[in-house]
Ligand binder design. Structure first.
Ligand code: FES
Length: 207
């Protein structure tokens, strides 16, 4: 939600609260993937850039592939019109999301060898993995692997954003705890995890 809506909700909760409750309940019979796709379409229709980026991020997080999102946009050409679809694609290309890269479309996820565990240092490290990047947080025997893309508007968070046990996205300063992935300042969504496994003393991630 935008800062502006947060403000209105805090000063006019009694007026706007029921409206947002209604919006939540209106999609009760839809699964999260479908709901997030419909939200993307509404943002393309309204051409609100921040909202579109936010809901596009959510649609990917809810498990939609880039191909499914592109299909959803294309089947809505009769109502959205071609120019809004072009606007959406322009925004997607500007965001430079690896899932939408031509060579990634239609490609199944695969396991990538990230590092030999003997070489992995305690605390946080950042690795490039194919077209993606990830943050690995090691605490003793525990390992967490997070997508480097911010859950707010998919900014590719750089290595410089690491501050010991936390990570701060440079775009709008959402701050994340690397132990849990939770957003602890400014925002309200946690980092996305990449599935990982240890085999032959190597860390692998599924991307
Ligand atoms: S893109 Fe907004 S805080 Fe990261």
């Amino acid at each position: 939600m935008s800062e502006e809506l947060d403000y209105l909700l805090s000063v006019r909760k009694e007026a706007l609260g029921p409206y947002f409750e209604f919006l939540k309940k209106a999609g009760n019979h839809l699964d999260a993937k479908t709901r997030s796709l419909l939200s993307v379409i509404t943002k393309v229709d309204a051409q609100t850039e921040a909202g579109f980026k936010q809901y596009l991020t959510r649609a990917l997080r809810e498990g939609n592939s880039a191909d499914e999102i592109l299909d959803a946009l294309l089947v809505c050409i009769p109502t959205l019109g071609f120019s809004k679809i072009i606007w959406a694609v322009h925004t997607i290309l500007e965001m430079d999301i690896p899932d939408f890269h031509v060579e990634q479309l239609g490609k199944a996820k695969e396991w990538h060898d990230v590092i030999n565990l003997n070489e992995l240092k305690e605390g946080a490290s950042r690795f490039e993995v194919g077209a993606h990047a990830c943050f690995v947080f090691k605490q003793g025997d525990g390992i967490k692997v997070y997508d480097s893309r911010c859950p707010h508007q998919v900014t590719n968070i750089p290595e410089l954003a690491i501050e010991q046990t936390s990570l701060t996205c440079p775009k709008h300063q959402w701050k994340f705890d690397l132990g849990s992935g939770e957003c602890v300042e400014k925002g309200n969504r946690m980092l996305s995890c990449f599935e990982h496994k240890i085999e032959n003393n190597h860390l692998y991630v599924l991307i």
